[in-house]
Design a protein around this ligand. Structure first.
Ligand SMILES: Cc1cc2nc3c(=O)[nH]c(=O)nc-3n(C[C@H](O)[C@H](O)[C@H](O)COP(=O)(O)OP(=O)(O)OC[C@H]3O[C@@H](n4cnc5c(N)ncnc54)[C@H](O)[C@@H]3O)c2cc1C
Length: 380
C-alpha cells in the first residue's frame, strides 16, 4: 500500500469525525480531517451539548456514554472547553412517571442515581413547580458543554496539541484509500473513516442505502427566563421517559405511555419532550421535537415550539420566558439502531450515529473503530 500522506483521513469535522481524529492521534497516527464547510454547521453545533448517560439504552449505549463522558471530562480542561453543568434532574410529574424512575433505579444503571421526594427537590432548587411533582431522579453523570463553542475548541486542540491537519471547504467525492478524490484534487491516506452525519448520498451511498436511513428534524429554542437557579443540573420530564430507551424499555413505561397518549397526544405526535440546559450567560437551551423525512422541510412551526414551551411551563415556575433564538437541526435516523459502522474494505469505516446520541457516545465509538482499524496498537 502506498504510504504517502496520512495514516488516517477522516471525512467530516462534526463530533464523530473529531472523536476519530482524537482516538487515532492518541495511537500516534498522522491524521487529516476534511470537511466541506468553512465552519461547523451540522448537528454537532446545533445540539444541546448534553452528554447524557442516564436514560441511554441499557448495554452498549449506556457503557459508551459513560466512557465518552469520561473522555469529555478529561479533555475539556485541556482544550479550554467549559463544563457548564453536571448531572441531570428528571422530574416525574405523574405517579406513573415516578414508577418508571423507581424501576430504573433498580437496574445497574441506577446505581449512583437517587430518587428525591418533592420536598427534597424544593429544598435543593428554586424555580420549579415542585408542588405538582410526584418525585424526581437525580443522576450525577451528565456534563453540559456549549457545542457551538466546544466543537471549534476541540478542533483547535486537535490541531495544536495532536498535530491533526484540517482541510475545510473541501468536499470528498470518493474515499477508496490510499486515494481520496476531493474538490481540491487527490489526496493519500492509508485508511479512511467517513463520518458524514446525515449526508448518506455522497460517499458509499450504495452501502448506506441498505440501512433504511432517513433524517430527523428537531426544533430548538434559547430562552431567557426572569430567574433560573444556577444550582440546577440539566432538567428533563415525563415525556422523555417514553423516548429515552434506558427508561422507555422499563416495563412501567407502558402505563406512562398510555397516560401521555390520553393527556399529551399532540406532544407525542410531534415527538416533543423537555430538555433544559443552562448557558454561561444564564440563558437556557430548551427543546425538542422529532419529525422524520428523507429531506425534512426547513421551516420551524410556531405550533411545535409552543408545545415545547408548554412542557417547559409545566416544570418551571415563573412568567413565560422570552424566546431569544430559534433553530432547527437534523440528524441521521435508522429503524431500531442507534449507530452503524459499515466496513466497505479493511481500510475504510463509515460511521453514522443514527440517533440523537452523538455528543454522548462518539468518543467511545471512535476508540473502538480506531482499535479495529489499526489492530493492537496501544494509544499513546
Ligand atoms: C437539535 C439536536 C439536538 C441534539 N442533542 C443532542 C444531545 O444533547 N446529546 C447528544 O448526545 N446528541 C445530541 N444530538 C445528536 C448529535 O448532535 C449527533 O448525533 C452528532 O452531532 C452527529 O455528529 P456527526 O459528526 O456524525 O455529524 P455532523 O455534526 O452533522 O457532521 C458531519 C460533517 O460531515 C461533513 N461531510 C459530510 N459528507 C462530506 C463529504 N463528502 N465531504 C466533506 N465533508 C462532508 C459535513 O459537512 C459535516 O460537517 C442532537 C442533534 C440535534 C440535531
Amino acid at each position: 500500500m502506498n504510504c504517502v500522506g496520512y495514516d488516517l483521513a477522516v471525512v467530516g469535522a462534526g463530533i464523530c469525525g473529531l472523536a476519530h481524529a482524537l482516538a487515532a492521534a492518541r495511537h500516534g497516527k498522522r491524521v487529516v480531517v476534511i470537511d466541506r464547510d468553512a465552519q461547523n454547521n451540522g448537528a454537532s453545533v446545533r445540539n444541546f451539548g448534553f452528554i447524557t448517560v442516564t436514560g441511554q439504552q441499557e448495554g452498549e449505549c449506556w457503557r459508551r456514554a459513560m466512557r465518552s463522558r469520561d473522555i469529555w471530562a478529561e479533555i475539556a480542561p485541556q482544550a479550554g472547553i467549559a463544563v457548564l453543568q453536571q448531572g441531570l434532574l428528571t422530574v416525574a410529574r405523574r405517579p406513573t412517571a415516578r414508577a418508571v424512575l423507581e424501576e430504573f433505579c433498580g437496574t445497574t444503571m441506577g446505581r449512583d442515581c437517587r430518587m428525591l421526594e418533592p420536598a427534597e427537590v424544593s429544598a435543593r432548587y428554586d424555580g420549579l413547580r415542585t408542588e405538582a411533582f410526584a418525585g424526581a431522579l437525580h443522576s450525577p453523570h451528565e456534563l453540559r458543554v456549549e457545542s457551538r463553542d466546544a466543537i471549534p475548541r476541540l478542533a483547535a486542540f486537535l490541531a495544536e496539541r495532536h498535530g491533526v491537519t484540517f482541510l475545510r471547504e473541501t468536499v470528498v467525492h470518493a474515499a477508496g484509500p490510499p486515494r481520496l478524490d476531493t474538490s481540491r484534487g487527490p489526496m493519500w491516506a492509508n485508511a479512511v473513516v467517513v463520518c458524514p452525519g446525515d449526508d448518506f448520498h455522497t460517499l458509499h451511498a450504495d452501502r448506506l442505502a441498505t440501512y433504511g436511513l432517513t433524517r430527523c428534524k428537531l426544533h430548538m429554542l434559547r430562552l431567557r427566563p426572569e430567574r433560573h437557579d444556577a444550582r440546577l443540573p440539566a432538567v428533563m420530564s415525563d415525556l422523555g421517559l417514553v423516548r429515552y430507551l434506558g427508561y422507555a424499555e422499563r416495563p412501567a413505561a407502558a402505563a406512562l405511555r398510555r397516560e401521555l397518549e390520553a393527556e399529551q397526544g399532540p406532544h407525542l405526535d410531534n415527538g416533543v419532550h423537555l430538555i433544559a440546559v443552562r448557558s454561561a450567560d444564564g440563558s437556557l437551551v430548551v427543546g425538542d421535537s422529532h419529525h422524520y423525512a428523507a429531506t425534512p422541510d426547513p421551516f420551524a412551526s410556531r405550533a411545535v415550539d409552543d408545545l415545547i414551551l408548554d412542557e417547559y411551563g409545566q416544570v418551571f415556575a415563573g412568567p413565560p420566558p422570552t424566546v431569544v433564538e430559534r433553530w432547527i437541526g437534523t440528524y441521521a435516523s435508522a429503524p431500531n439502531r442507534l449507530m452503524l459502522v459499515d466496513r466497505p474494505s479493511d481500510a475504510i469505516r463509515v460511521v453514522v450515529i443514527t440517533s440523537g446520541t452523538g455528543a454522548s457516545t462518539s468518543f467511545a465509538i471512535a476508540e473502538e473503530v480506531v482499535a479495529d482499524l489499526f489492530g493492537g496498537d496501544r494509544p499513546r
